[in-house]
Write a protein that binds this ligand. Structure first.
Ligand SMILES: Nc1nc2c(ncn2[C@@H]2O[C@H](COP(=O)(O)OP(=O)(O)O)[C@@H](O)[C@H]2O)c(=O)[nH]1
Ligand SMILES: [Mg+2]
Length: 181
């Protein structure tokens, strides 16, 4: 069984890093030199990131990172096809981190309604506002139920925790209780 998981979030939230932290194959990256002066970043992802994680038996996770900028919204829908869950990453050091969540909740609403979602908030130790509760409140206002956890996606264990939270929700939905990790 293969599970397709989508990573989303603003540029710099750590999608490329997260997939690189856990992938057991050399991740496929399509980062190019950034020409967008509003982004303080040398490289940015215009296409997709791709990585894989083996689960027990022959099960496997296929991880897809989506481009962050909203002008690539058309790709969000393409990548969401057949996916089983969404990992949404936030960067608490960026202005408007909370509002950015709305953008992706809207852009990935079909996937979220159909499957499961988890929110990983990065840089929350150095930037405590907005708090994790604020994220949870915003989601509740939108009628979205999903866990919100602090992460440092440079740590493999943190990214595995996000995937585990996602798979646990899927197991509850599908009724299977097999341990996947
Ligand atoms: N200090 C700090 N840096 C982080 C954290 N998460 C990610 N980063 C760094 O932020 C950058 C994120 O860039 P990238 O993965 O390309 O983000 P993407 O645009 O979402 O693909 C990388 O240089 C990471 O090492 C975090 O929790 N703390
Ligand atoms: Mg990237």
């Amino acid at each position: 069984m293969e599970y397709k998981i989508v990573f989303a979030g603003v540029t710099g939230a750590g999608k490329t890093t997260a997939i690189g932290s856990v992938s057991e194959i050399d991740p496929v990256r399509t980062d190019v030199r950034n020409h967008d002066a509003s982004l303080a970043k040398e490289f940015t992802t215009v296409g997709l990131d791709y990585g894989e994680v083996a689960l027990e038996g022959s099960d496997r996770l296929r991880l897809y990172g989506t481009p962050g900028q909203t002008r690539f919204e058309f790709m969000w829908r393409i990548v969401s096809q057949g996916a089983l869950g969404l990992v949404l990453l936030a960067d608490n050091s960026q202005d408007g981190a909370l509002d950015a969540i709305d953008t992706y909740i809207d852009g990935f609403s079909e996937l979220i309604d159909r499957t499961a979602c988890v929110i990983g908030v990065g840089r929350s130790e150095s930037h405590s506002e907005p708090g994790l509760d604020d994220y949870a409140d915003r989601l509740a206002e939108r009628g979205v139920i999903c866990p919100v956890v602090p992460v440092d996606v440079r740590r493999r264990s943190d990214v595995l925790m996000l995937l585990d939270l996602l798979l646990t929700q899927l197991e509850m939905k599908t009724g299977t209780t097999d341990e996947l990790f």
